[in-house]
Design a protein around this ligand. Structure first.
Ligand code: IMP
Ligand code: MG
Length: 181
């Protein structure tokens, strides 16, 4: 396994291994299953970053469910622009249903806030957020993060769906940006 990788102009070092990620995904799926196994939740993945998490999460979730995706964007390069655009909206027919949004990572919470905003007025039965990675020190949101896999400090990470300028999403481990020395 490569300890250091280069994407464009930046170097990244190994941070969280594939097996730690799998364990975290299974933990989240089990926790969600405990709460939702007696109904048919709709899991809504946030593209692009959450595609790998959604895929592995669903393979660990052994109960009736539906899946769909939304697409928002706020990040450019290494920092959030603070602007969140809706590129693909919530599916039709979610009123009365239990929704669990699947996020790759929650950082400042702007994306989560925008999701709540998009869902307000849609009369869903219930609504929760599950995220694989959680930068809890950076989180400024007013909404609870109901399920999270791994808490991380304020580091920029890539891999397992997460990108640096659209690269690195295919990496099976998580790498963190190397500090300039
Ligand atoms: P927030 O809206 O500030 O909470 O940021 C959430 C979104 O920013 C995530 O869905 C990611 O797409 C992106 N993001 C946040 N932190 C990172 C990171 O460390 N690496 C790559 N993308 C990130
Ligand atoms: Mg994203």
């Amino acid at each position: 396994m490569d300890k250091t990788i280069t994407l464009l102009d930046k170097q990244f070092e190994l941070f969280i291994s594939e097996s730690e990620i799998s364990e975290a995904v299974a933990r989240i799926a089990n926790a969600v299953a405990r709460d939702y196994k007696d109904e048919i939740p709709i899991f809504i993945g946030v593209l692009n970053g959450a595609f790998m998490f959604v895929s592995d999460f669903l393979k660990s979730y052994a109960h009736a469910c539906e899946v769909s995706f939304v697409k928002l964007s706020s990040y450019r390069g290494l920092t959030s622009t603070g602007l969140v655009k809706t590129l693909l909206d919530f599916p039709e027919g979610i009123q009365g249903r239990s929704i669990v949004v699947l996020e790759d990572i929650v950082d400042t919470g702007r994306t989560v806030q925008e999701i709540y905003h998009l869902l307000s007025g849609s009369n869903v039965k219930s609504f929760r957020i599950a995220t694989l990675f959680f930068k809890s020190q950076m989180y400024k949101g007013e909404y609870p993060i109901d399920y999270f896999g791994i808490e991380i400090p304020d580091r920029f990470i890539v891999g397992y769906g997460l990108d640096y300028q659209e690269q690195g999403r295919n990496l099976r481990h998580i790498y963190q940006l190397k500090q300039e020395s």
